[in-house]
Structure formats: C-alpha cells, structure tokens
Design a protein. Structure first.
Length: 395
C-alpha cells in the first residue's frame, strides 16, 4: 500500500481518471438515459460502436512514440498536456449541443472526444512503461484500474444526477473542468529523459512483434475473460432499467458501491501479482469469472432483492478490478520501451475490436431472446474457450 502512494503512481491515477471521465458519461450515462426512454437494446448497442475509434488508435500510436511536442518538455508529458487541454475544450463546446436536439453535431464532438481520450491513453501507457521498472508495472496497472473506476464513476454518476436537476450543459462543463485538473500537476512533473531516435513502426513490424512475442497467444488467452468482465456492465445496467430501477438507484448500486469494491480489488491484485505472479493470479481469477456468470444468471430472477443485487454487482466489480490489473500487466510486460505506446495499444485494440463486435451481437440476441438465454450461452462459450486455450494459460 505504501508503494502505491508514490508520487508517480498518484499522478498516473489522476491522468487515468481524467481520461475515463468522458467515457463514463458517453458509455454509461447516455445508454442509461436512452434505456429509461425505452430505446431498443439494438440501438443502444450501436451507440457503443463509437468506441471503435479506440480500436484504431494503434494507427497513430507510432507517431506519438516517434515525435514529441517541441515547445513542451518531456516526450509523453508534452502530448498529455496538449491532449488534455484539447479534450476539455471539446467537451466544453459539446455542452452547447445536446444529444437530443443536436444529434449529428453532438455525435461528431463525441467522436472527437473519443479520439482525444484514446490518444491520451497511448501517451499515459508510454509514460508508465518508460518511467517504471518491469516489476513496478503491476502497481501502475492498479492505478490504471482504479482510475478507470473513478473516472467512470464520476463521469456517469454526476450526469445522471444532474440530468434531472440541471441539464446536459452544466454536466459537460463540470466534466470539462475536471478533465483539466491533472494538467496542473503535470507542470511540476519531470519525465525521465530517454532517446527516441527510432523509425516509425510499420504494420509488418507490428505483426512480427505480435508473432515473436507470443502476442496472439496472450490475447487469445485473455479474450474470454475480457469479454465477460468488460461487457457485463451495460447488460447489468439494462436489466435494472427494464426492472424499473430508478437511475439514481442504479448509480448507487452499480457505480458507487461497485466502484469502491473494484478499486479495492485492483489495489490488492497489484500486490498479489507482485507476490505470486500474474499467471497464477489469472488462473484463480478465471474461476471467479465463471462464478460471476452464474451469479449474473441468478441476478435476472432477483432484481427486486436489493441486497442480492448489491452482492452480485460487488462481485462483478471485484472480478473487473482484478482482471484489468492483470490484463494490463500482461500487455505492458509484453511491450518494449521504444515502441511503448504502439505495442500496448495494438494489443488492446485487437481485444477491444472483438469485444465491441461481440457486444453488438449480445444486445441483438437479448432483443431476440432474453437475458437468461444469453447468460447461459456466455457460460457455455466461456467454458469451451478455456478448454481450447488451456495450454496457453498454463505455459
């Protein structure tokens, strides 16, 4: 715990949190609002496809690895400062174009914010890999998982609360100001100096990196767990909405309580990885994830029981917080310092792309069948997937 209170880790926590503020709003609050207005799950699933911008961030990641902003000190630091300012300004502009009345303009601005947020993710990953030793990455990834929960919590809870009390404009203006906070701390941060006399990496070299570093095997191993823990959030949200839960109750159960559990799980998992190794921690987590699927199936029968709902959501968040820490420890450890932003994000992009497509399919199946049938299918696919990749897990 004392190690995590290091200034570098706390700065990473601030930056990761600011990066997920807009994502919590766009992919948490907006789908919840649309669901409460009886918009079809297929349409809501399509809204998540805006996240495809994150899939293609590996295309511009090599430019960030190679070049820096010339008038600001620090390679990745210079990019983060510029991107945060631009993201805050775009969110401020978006405040004057509500999604309901200015749909197309709002979608364009949301797309730009997604681009900037994904670019910041490249920069922060690069900063973490080049500022820390390999045996410190698990603590950095605890901060990333914690920042994900905190950013999503504030980005979702604040707008849902202010949706009925204030409006779209006030929510986005507040969020835009919050995004700027880490920028002031970056002005006093001195990035480790390192040479960046590297050529721009080609797609062929990206393929060779994945092949030579067993990247494809690692991603195949991580995907079943990634799909379940990352994509269960919108399913849970829509189940609660369809069972007449108020938005504020969903925020408390899924985001406030769930986020606290997820943050604790992320911090503890970082320490466990340091002690037992990421492979052993991942094997135990797979069992927890299967239990999570079973609980989600039972959850559809007991949405009226608030105590049981909170237990299931807490367990789900525990799995999510632990997995995110393990997941990023795997892909960061598999990345080089020279091409840090590119290597991390090409791995993440491949999994995210498969996950987003799966989310669209899952929402279509729910519309056609029901949540229970989908959870049974997910459980079967998960077990079958683990059987296919069992050798990769134990290698």
């Amino acid at each position: 715990m004392i190690k995590i209170l290091n200034k570098k880790y706390l700065l990473l926590l601030l930056i990761y949190t600011s990066q997920y503020l807009p994502l919590g709003f766009f992919y948490g609050a907006i789908p919840a609002i649309l669901g409460s207005q009886n918009v079809s799950l297929e349409t809501i699933g399509s809204f998540y496809m805006l996240g495809l911008i994150w899939v293609f961030k590996f295309i511009w990641a090599p430019y960030i690895d190679k070049f820096k902003i010339p008038f600001i000190e620090g390679h990745y630091r210079s990019w983060i400062i510029i991107v945060q300012v631009l993201m805050a300004c775009t969110m401020f502009i978006c405040a004057y174009f509500p999604l309901i009345t200015s749909f197309y303009m709002a979608m364009i601005l949301i797309g730009i914010i997604n681009f900037l947020s994904s670019t910041q993710d490249i920069c922060v990953d690069g900063l973490a890999i080049n500022s820390l030793k390999k045996n410190q990455l698990e603590y950095a990834n605890s901060m990333q998982a914690t920042g994900t929960f905190l950013g999503t919590l504030v980005g979702l809870a604040l707008p849902l609360y202010s949706y009925e009390i204030y409006n779209w404009k006030v929510s986005l203006i507040i969020l835009s100001l919050l995004v700027l906070i880490p920028t002031f701390f970056l002005f006093n941060y001195k990035e480790n100096s390192f040479k960046k006399n590297i050529k721009r990496i080609s797609f062929k070299e990206i393929y060779l990196f994945l092949k030579e570093k067993n990247g494809f095997k690692i991603l195949l191993m991580l995907f079943p767990a990634y799909l379940i823990v990352e994509r269960s959030f919108p399913l849970i949200q829509q189940i609660l909405i369809q069972n007449n839960w108020f938005l504020i109750d969903i925020v408390i159960a899924q985001n406030i309580i769930g986020s606290i559990v997820g943050i604790i799980a992320a911090i503890i998992t970082g320490s466990l990885i340091n002690k037992f190794g990421k492979r052993k921690c991942f094997i135990y987590l797979l069992f927890f994830i299967f239990v999570d699927i079973c609980l989600l199936y039972l959850f559809t029968y007991f949405t009226h029981n608030h105590l049981f709902v909170i237990f299931v959501l807490s367990f789900n968040s525990l799995c999510l917080g632990s997995f995110v820490t393990i997941y990023y420890t795997y892909i960061m450890a598999n990345s080089s310092k020279e091409y840090a932003g590119t290597h991390v994000n090409v791995q993440h992009s491949l999994l995210l792309f498969a996950s987003l497509l799966s989310t669209k399919v899952i929402f279509m199946l729910v519309d056609f069948y029901n949540f229970r049938t989908v959870f049974i299918c997910i459980a079967i696919i998960f077990v079958f997937s683990l059987y296919l990749i069992r050798k990769n897990i134990y290698e």
